[in-house]
Ligand binder design. Sequence first.
Ligand code: CU
Length: 330
Amino acid sequence: MNLGSALGYMMAQAANTTSWWKPIQASAHAGAVDTLFNFIMYLCFFFFVLIVGAMVYFIVKYRRKGNGPERTSPIKGNHTLEIVWSVIPGILLVLIFAWGFKDWLAIAVVPANAMEVRVSGQKWNWTFTYPKEGIVSADLVVPAGQPVKLVMTSKDVLHSFYIPDFRIKRDVVPGKYSVLWFEPSEEATHQIYCTEYCGTEHSNMLSKVKVVSSAKYEEWLANGGDEDGGTPVPLADKGKKLYEQRGCVACHSIDGTNKVGPTWKGLYGSARKFTDGTSLAAADENYIRESILVPNAKIVAGYAGVMPSYQGQLNDKQLESIIEYIKTLK
Ligand SMILES: [Cu+2]
């Protein structure tokens, strides 16, 4: 994303929120986090004005006047003053610590009635798995008012999961699980970001959290997570959606330009050459399916084997949808 589009994006984001200043408060944590933030900020404003004000006042008051002495008379320690300026900030710091710790505990301790969703980060998209239902989704869909526990891990490098409207953020680390929880307050859609620089398409590592009514959520589960709500959609259209939502778009173009990976334009039926010297006369369904599930089985000549495997992340219908979509890109 270049600077211009990044700025445009930020402005569009800002326009979506009710204030120019902070994102909307959309979770049970948000109010408490903002209150502490405001307290610390106004405290800093107060001391900034006090200290800089006193400094300016003394500079003016004790400036060298006419042919007065070159140096002022030395000042000896003033115990009262020293105790005051140590004890008052000391009390304030302890207060900030205790307050912060209390809020941190509330965010760190997951309530027992939280529902669990698995989050997987990989260059450059997020995948959400609902363990009980076996649903895999590109968006996080949750019912309003329900505490949600996220068990997160990364398939490749460090990522960081961030929902500004919920005031929650935590690193997502390969080979280990990190936990985060939130309670969304109202039905709305919020932006999810990655806040750990993770490669060239880091700024496009975006997903949405969709907070819906519990009835809608049940319906979504019953439809196996399909967002078309049961209405039949041509596979190719579904494939196009997956191309965007599952992050294939980060590495594959559909207009003939080559990015991190080869373009999909004209892929189906074309001859392929691989780094090991072998070749294929015409890319067919089997080849495309294998490329998605075991990308390193055959690496296209001129490319690096950096494509992540989507084994276990795309079901058969989704694989077929993507294949149908690639077939339409002539
Ligand atoms: Cu990332």
